[in-house]
Design a protein. Sequence first.
Length: 215
Amino acid sequence: MFSLIVFDLDGTLIDSRKDIADAANVVLTSTGAAPLADEAIGRMVGDGAAVLIARAFAASGSAPPADALARFLDAYGRGLLAHTRPYPDIPEVLETLAARVPLALLTNKPLAATRVILEALGLDRFFPPDRVLGGDGPLPRKPAPDALLQLGLDTGAPPDRTLLVGDSIIDWQTARAAGSQICLVRYGFGFDSFPVDQLTACDRCVDHPRELLSL
């Protein structure tokens, strides 16, 4: 049915909420702001690190210092894999899917951090380097459709035969803009803030990674 399946990373393949929240709270507390709950920070993920840290300071009622983003990236780089792990059965699901259809990865996370995580968790074998796009590349970040469309061009997959698997409104908007299909994973932390009233009958949703195999 699909010629290409493209995965989001945070909240879709990996549970990275704790490490992202810890890094954001390091920056907040270092400036005298109160830390935020992991769940609250998890709902801010999806638009890239700069937007995340801006949202965190706004939620804390504090003004971010000029180097807030640099501080966050430094703190996150030091704790990148302290708690981050694949969601249950993700390696097995990817192995089964990779035997059926090309897989790609599209994230707003910086590419260097993405590659470190994929390699450390043994997920890099499912995603050839030319099919991994990060948020700091030459193409606009999600929800702009450019990177998703480029992955389709590179693999010969037309947009309507491309499936984007993600957990957030950003992923949903990206698929819509590209004319691709979407599957939302309700187990991901990004789904906590998804406006479910916007879902349509054409939008697929799963509650566990293994349900992806039925697609």
